[in-house]
Design a protein around this ligand. Structure first.
Ligand code: NAP
Length: 286
């Protein structure tokens, strides 16, 4: 029976570490890191996500602001607002909540965020840095997955990792990060043949596809580590992952639940990236 990796508990440790550092800054009467979250429109899931982010900032004493723009905000207006935030000295991190309304090009918006303040790590400059193995902002979910594995003392080096999903947000960057940790990585997607067979070869299986309970134990090697990134709502309105948790936990050595798995780590890494952006700016300003 697998050991459950509770991401919410690991995220709490990360947040406590950040909180201590912020308390120290406060005692020294220094500027506090500041995260600005921009939401366009009223997507209910996005509204709940940004509230979660604001709450997390409050918990650790980080300054934050939510800018809520009307659904009909044009791309130009949004980019002008982002330029304003790029030039605002007090703001260290900017996150534009996705998805944006369909009349706005997400890539152009990502490009408009200063690479120094891009705490989501989705600006092309930071994506380039990741692929050049240089220090930049790394997308929060992949960063959270690697942190989860490391803090659970799971060996990555020389292990066979299979990532199911190749999105720019999760699949691709997590594969690159694990390659940089010296794993041997295979990326699978919707056109992959023999998916089950490939998944079953993994020591560490990461599933990020957005299909409710897609992966059952027939995809999983005995004693493999299984990380479930998926967030889906089932017919009863409950959150469920891409992995059939009850089935897979019988064969895996470690498994993340949904909720309380990868999700809380994503928020913790957002705070961590904002703190990093703050430190980078402080270094530049001497
Ligand atoms: P996405 O952009 O829709 O990408 C899904 C990927 O899965 C694509 O590469 C797709 O392949 C692949 N795929 C879809 N169906 C497949 C199948 N039947 N077999 C094999 N591969 C398949 O999604 P995403 O943004 O990466 O998100 C994935 C899931 O993670 C979603 O449930 C999302 O809600 C969740 N998520 C969670 C967090 C968190 O904090 N926990 C953060 C981000 C996302 P193709 O490329 O061939 O289309």
């Amino acid at each position: 029976m697998a050991e459950i990796i509770y991401g919410n508990l690991i995220a709490k440790d990360v947040k406590n570490e950040l909180k201590e550092q912020i308390e120290l800054l406060k005692r020294e009467k220094k500027k506090i890191p500041f995260l600005c979250v921009v939401l366009v429109g009223n997507n209910p899931a996005s509204l709940s996500y940004i509230k979660g982010k604001e709450k997390a900032c409050n918990e650790i004493g980080m300054d934050s602001q939510i800018i809520h723009l009307d659904e009909n905000t044009s791309e130009k207006e949004l980019i002008l607002k982002i330029n304003e935030l790029n030039n605002d000295e007090k703001i260290d991190g900017i996150l534009v909540q996705m998805p944006l309304p369909s009349h706005i090009d997400e890539n152009r918006v990502m490009e408009s965020i200063s690479s120094f303040k891009d705490v989501d790590g989705l600006n092309p400059y930071n994506i380039g840095k990741l692929y050049l193995k240089e220090d930049g902002m790394i997308p929060c979910t992949p960063l959270g997955i690697v942190e989860l594995l490391k803090r659970s003392n799971i060996t990555i080096k020389s292990k066979k990792v299979v990532v199911i999903g190749r999105s720019k947000l999760v699949g691709n960057p997590v594969a690159k990060l694990l390659l940089d940790e010296n794993a041997t990585v295979t990326i699978c997607h919707s056109k992959t043949e023999n998916l089950k067979e490939i998944a079953k070869s993994a020591d560490i299986l990461i599933v990020a596809i957005g299909r409710e309970k897609f992966v059952d134990k027939t995809f999983v090697k005995d004693n493999a580590v299984v990380i479930d990134v998926g967030i889906n709502r089932n017919s009863e309105g409950k959150l469920v992952g891409d992995v059939d948790f009850d089935d897979v936990k019988e064969v895996a050595s470690y498994i993340t639940p949904v909720p309380k798995g990868v999700g809380p780590m994503t928020i913790a890494m957002l705070l961590s990236n904002t703190f990093k952006a703050y430190l980078n700016k402080e270094k530049i300003n001497g």
